[in-house]
Design a protein around this ligand. Structure first.
Ligand code: 3MF
Ligand code: MG
Length: 344
């Protein structure tokens, strides 16, 4: 089924299956194979961590960094793929052990901003202007270890430094309430939008909403999306699913809560998300039990479910629903939704 949506994946979505309790179970996936998988799956583009695009970017001279990023751009062009965004990967580096922008170590904070500016250089040379900020370790495991008032200011400083790096740069903040930290400083879309509103150029700060992250915050992902869409700030999505409050599962879209997935697609349709030019990203993880040959099935399934749900949304009996709403007959509305979801 043809939909107006464009799809992206990140290389971390095709991974060898390590989890916190066990080693990889599949061979490492060379970047060329990630690109080939994207083409095979008929995806439109790739999401990058800065060092996915330019490994070792911290030790390269500026010209070398730009050269490598341009080479990656050519590889994408040759395959008909586009880059969606670049995200500075602060959380894997030793300097980022206690967070980057909000680290208690001033040298680490300076490093985090410098690294983020390098991510901007990578993005521009790749041909995209969207920086995704997932503030992974910007938070605490021990509440008293950081000052939350100072942390807000430090987050803002980082946002402003990234915006100042180039006039065309836009930032999409991807909030998550926990994991790897206990309490994150930017846990929800409301926090992200409030920070963005205080930035030097609020028009260039928006959000990326991940289904699982909203659920982990105890919120309804479709309402989070609606809130951001109403503000014109939904600049990317990471659709996936999550079975309640536990570790971030990155399940196939719709796998835990099909109705919740329907509601997300419905709000994306109602908010004309596709017309904004933003992409549908799936932040889904292959099951550890999966054999190497089929370790992209989770991406294919997520897209298939998304497209089936677009059809479900478009065939939803809106007139009948409006009648239920007009008479405040929400019991009948409930039944209408459930029967529609079950109908062949
Ligand atoms: C973690 C995430 C991240 C971000 C990615 C983009 C590794 O829960 O969702 O995935 O989406 O880093 O910045
Ligand atoms: Mg994500």
């Amino acid at each position: 089924m043809a939909t107006p949506y464009r799809f992206t994946l990140g290389p971390w979505n095709i991974h060898p299956g390590a989890d916190p309790f066990g080693p990889p179970v599949r061979p490492p996936v060379p970047f060329d194979d990630v690109l080939a998988a994207a083409v095979d799956l008929r995806f439109d583009g790739i999401q990058f961590h800065d060092d996915d695009a330019v490994p070792n970017l911290e030790n390269l001279a500026p010209e070398a960094l730009v050269r490598e990023a341009r080479e990656m751009r050519k590889r994408l062009d040759d395959l008909g793929l586009v880059p969606e965004f670049v995200a500075p990967r602060l959380w894997e580096h030793t300097h980022g052990i206690d967070g980057g922008y909000t680290s208690n170590c001033p040298a680490a904070r300076t490093w985090a901003i410098e690294r983020s500016k390098r991510a901007v250089d990578v993005a521009l040379a790749l041909g995209c202007s969207l920086i995704v900020m997932w503030p992974a370790r910007e938070g605490t495991a021990v509440r008293e270890s950081k000052n939350p008032i100072a942390a807000s200011g430090q987050m803002l400083e980082a946002i402003d430094a990234i915006l100042a790096a180039a006039p065309e740069v836009r930032i999409a903040i991807e909030p998550k309430p926990n994991e790897p930290v206990d309490h994150a400083f930017v846990p929800t879309i409301g926090h992200a939008l409030a920070l963005g509103a205080r930035a030097s150029d609020p028009a260039r700060v928006g959000v990326l909403i991940e289904t699982a992250h909203a659920i982990l915050a105890g919120l309804d992902p479709s309402d989070e999306m609606g809130f951001a869409l109403a503000a014109g700030k939904l600049w990317s999505v990471h659709l996936n699913d999550q079975n309640g409050l536990k570790f971030d599962q990155d399940k196939v879209f719709g796998a835990a809560n099909l109705r919740g997935a329907f509601d997300q697609v419905r709000v994306l349709e109602a908010g004309r998300y596709a017309d904004t030019g933003a992409f549908i990203g799936f932040d889904v993880k292959a099951q550890r039990t999966q054999r190497a040959g089929a370790a992209t099935a989770h991406l294919a399934t997520s897209r298939r479910i998304f497209e089936l749900l677009v059809a479900k949304v478009r065939s939803f009996p809106e007139r009948q629903a409006a009648e239920c709403i007009a008479t405040r007959d929400y019991e009948s509305l409930e039944r209408l939704v459930l029967e529609h979801l079950l109908a062949a």
